[in-house]
Design a protein around this ligand. Sequence first.
Ligand code: COA
Ligand code: MG
Length: 292
Amino acid sequence: MEKLRRSMLFVPGGNEKIFSKALGLDADALILDLEDAVALERKEEARDFVEKRLGETDFGHKEKVVRINPLESPFGYPDLCAVVPARPDALVVPKVNSVRDVWLVDGIVTQIERARRMPEGGIKLILLIETVLSVLNAVDIASCTPRVSGLLFGPADLTLETRGSITAERQELNYAMSRIVMAARAAGVDAIDQPHLDVRDAEGNVRAARQARDFGFDGKACIHPSQIAAINQAFTPSKEDIEFSRRVIKAFRQASAEGKGAVQVDGKLVEILHVQMAERVLKIAAMAGVCD
Ligand code: COA
Ligand code: MG
């Protein structure tokens, strides 16, 4: 994890009002969408909008991300030609099935970077895992090029293929969620959960964010401003987490100096793996600016 991706806010490409509003919100990343949030008749207009805004807007600390259309559609290739020279930090690639699909995007982005004399490999890929094949091939596609920096779960499209249905507890999605986290960890990339699609259901958003965190996800996408704070909170260590992590590290150091490999903190066993977990908590807390 090079930068925080706790909350990644989708912003429909071409909507000036929503875009301006998004810039002032507290999301770690903005995903300017050229795919499903844009009607077929407005694809060109949205692409022009995103290209222009990427070039001229100060995004501050927010990661600049664009979701392109699939390369199988007539829009995917023109999206890449317009957006890559405008230097987003990352592209979200939808409808990926196999390593070949990722290499195709990687190859086109590399060619544009070379032609424009841009740093090669600078623009990262976040792969949408939203087809049955992408779930099954997740480990291979996550690790097939260093350009991949994340996997984003897309259960709505996935469920169209599996013919299931999505319930509040998401039990039916456990296999895919777990597989995405495992693949992301094996490849050393981020795992990002889907947005909660019912924007009025604040409780459901909180529950889903905590569930994703407990699975090991690094963050969660969102579609509405009201969802951001709860997601940031779920993926930011609490005061108690930070304080406990510090005590774990301290206690283990003391124990090591006394030649012991294990110690108790608040009655809980602490070994070297717990120290590694505690160090990770403190690293995320420092990145989030909630401890030094
Ligand atoms: N980013 C930034 N601002 C947003 C926003 C977003 N994704 N969604 C809504 N807002 C703004 C609205 O413009 C409005 O601003 P205002 O108070 O200054 O007028 C405010 O938040 C409240 O919005 P609200 O009236 O509750 O919602 P809406 O009817 O305007 O929009 C959606 C609802 C779902 C259409 C909208 O949130 C949206 O388009 N989300 C993204 C959808 C998307 O990208 N989908 C693809 C990925 S799944
Ligand atoms: Mg989709």
